[in-house]
Structures are given as structure tokens and as C-alpha cells.
Design a protein around this ligand. Structure first.
Ligand SMILES: NC(=O)c1ccc[n+]([C@@H]2O[C@H](COP(=O)([O-])OP(=O)(O)OC[C@H]3O[C@@H](n4cnc5c(N)ncnc54)[C@H](O)[C@@H]3O)[C@@H](O)[C@H]2O)c1
Length: 248
């Protein structure tokens, strides 16, 4: 399948996990991917693992550094000869039991997850083609379903979801689609065991039904590829939740 032959994609968070899997998937389907991450090492690993027919260009940038985002999007548009698709995957997680919630944690989570996503949308939109441009923003099932010790992370992802729905309404007149995608629990460094300190009661997690188990990054990348492709031409302003049935 070469659904992305000739398609130019700007992708954040490409150095690990879901973002890396998305880069590999899109390149394998023919896309030219401009891959952004704050981790140079992560991007090098992604580029090394990518196999054509598409191609990948990498750039180190912090998604919540406004000047860096402006320069990165400009460079992506020049380097690729335009931008057809923006995929915002970069994100961080922090465990924040309410008694230990700090302003610093709240601000950092919102800066990376919500502000970073918004900045890339603002800067990329002038480049996206009317009638076919697409934005896919990775939120989280935590945006709409309760999880203990995740209040601040969930709120930042709720912001991504709400931002995406309103943006979809705002740019629909241009024929540009905006799709918020909410994964459930996926096996990546972000969701490793370190996320839950041992002193917390984690029994709740054992009670969450996950009929399809923990997800793999490639399974989310497949959904992102669908949402970004012409196969999803009638899909906009609607959340896709890919959580293996955890909240059926
Ligand atoms: N893994 C899960 O269970 C899960 C569940 C729901 C949503 N998500 C979301 O999926 C996205 C990808 O997460 P993942 O699980 O692949 O995690 P990950 O840690 O493997 O990858 C995240 C990537 O984002 C990059 N990044 C973080 N902050 C950045 C910044 N300021 N600027 C540029 N790059 C930055 C990291 O360097 C890393 O390469 C995140 O938005 C995350 O919130 C993950």
C-alpha cells in the first residue's frame, strides 16, 4: 500500500514510541516525513529504522519553544516543498497524586502536551492545502475517562481534545480535517512501570478491563495512518479512541 506516495508529513515526537512507529509506517507507505523530536538520539534511531519507499528528514526541536516551532515548521515546508499532513505526537506524562500536585508539573504538562500541539497547528495551517490538508493530534483516553494519579496529565490531554474539536470547526471551511486520536495504554517508555511510584495504590489499574491487552505503538501508528489518509476523507472533528476496548 502506498497511500502516502507524494504526501509530505510533519510529525512531532518521532524519536520514540508511537511517534517513531508512525514515522516508520508513513515512510513505508511512501510519505516524505519531516520528523521532529527533542531527542537527537531518538531521531537517529528512527531514521536508521525507516525503510522506503518514502523518506525521512529529522530535526531536533522542543515543541514548546515558540521560536523553535516557527523555525521548524518553516524549514519543514521549505525542505519538503509544502506540508500536507501534520501529526502531533510529542508528549510527556507525569504522575501527580492530588496531594503532591505542583504548579511546575501542571505547567510543564500543559506546555508540552497542549501548547506544543497548538503551536504546531497554528504554524502549519497556512501551509496545509485546502481540500486535503489533515491534522492528527494525539490526545489520550485519559482525556475523557478517569484515571487515578493522572489529573494533571488528563487535563492537559483534555485540552488537546477540546482544542482539536474546535479547530476542526474553525478550519472546516477550508476542507482541512482535524482528528484527535486517543490511545489507551500503549507499551512505550512513557507508560513504563516508573510512572506509578510503589507507594501508591495501583490496584485500580488491575481492575480496568483491557480485553485486547496493552497496545503496541505500531497499532496506534496504523490508526494514525488511517486518520491521515484519504481513506478517512469524511472524518473530522471526531475523536478516535484506540484503547483495545478498555472502556467498552
Ligand atoms: N503510551 C501510552 O500509553 C499513551 C497513552 C495515551 C496517549 N499517549 C500519548 O502518545 C504520545 C506519544 O507517547 P509515547 O507513549 O510514544 O511516549 P514516548 O515517551 O515513547 O515518546 C514521546 C516522544 O515525545 C518526545 N518529546 C517529549 N517532549 C518533547 C518536547 N518538549 N519537544 C519535542 N519532543 C518531545 C520525546 O522525546 C519522545 O521521543 C504522547 O502524546 C502521549 O501522551 C501515550
Amino acid at each position: 500500500m502506498n497511500r502516502f506516495e507524494g504526501v509530505k508529513v510533519l510529525l512531532t515526537g518521532a524519536g520514540s514510541g508511537i511517534g517513531r512507529a508512525t514515522a516508520l509506517r508513513l515512510v513505508s507507505e511512501g510519505a516524505a516525513v519531516y520528523a521532529v523530536d527533542r531527542s537527537c538520539e531518538g531521531l537517529t534511531g528512527t531514521a536508521a529504522a525507516a525503510t522506503g519507499p518514502g523518506r525521512i528528514v529529522t530535526r531536533v526541536a522542543d515543541v514548546c519553544d515558540e521560536d523553535a516551532v516557527v523555525a521548524t515548521v518553516r524549514a519543514a515546508a521549505e525542505g519538503l516543498g509544502g506540508i500536507d499532513v501534520l501529526v502531533n505526537v510529542a508528549g510527556i506524562h507525569r504522575t501527580t497524586p492530588i496531594a503532591r500536585l505542583t504548579v511546575a508539573d501542571m505547567e510543564r504538562l500543559f506546555a508540552v502536551n497542549a501548547v506544543g500541539t497548538a503551536l504546531f497547528c497554528r504554524e502549519a495551517l497556512p501551509h496545509l492545502p485546502d481540500g486535503s490538508g489533515v491534522i492528527v493530534n494525539v490526545a489520550s483516553s485519559a482525556a475523557s475517562h478517569g484515571n487515578p494519579y493522572m489529573t494533571a496529565y488528563a487535563a492537559s490531554k483534555g485540552a488537546v481534545l477540546a482544542f482539536s474539536l474546535s479547530l476542526a470547526a474553525e478550519v472546516a471551511y477550508r476542507g482541512i480535517r482535524v482528528v484527535p486520536l486517543s490511545p489507551g495504554s500503549v507499551a512505550t517508555p512513557l507508560a513504563g512501570p516508573h510512572v506509578l511510584p510503589p507507594d501508591l495504590d495501583t490496584s485500580y489499574y488491575g481492575r480496568i478491563r483491557a480485553p485486547f491487552g496493552t497496545g503496541e505503538p505500531g497499532q496506534i501508528a496504523g490508526v494514525i495512518a488511517f486518520a491521515a489518509s484519504r481513506d478517512a476523507a469524511y472524518l473530522t472533528g471526531a475523536e478516535i479512541r484506540a484503547d483495545g476496548g478498555s472502556h467498552i
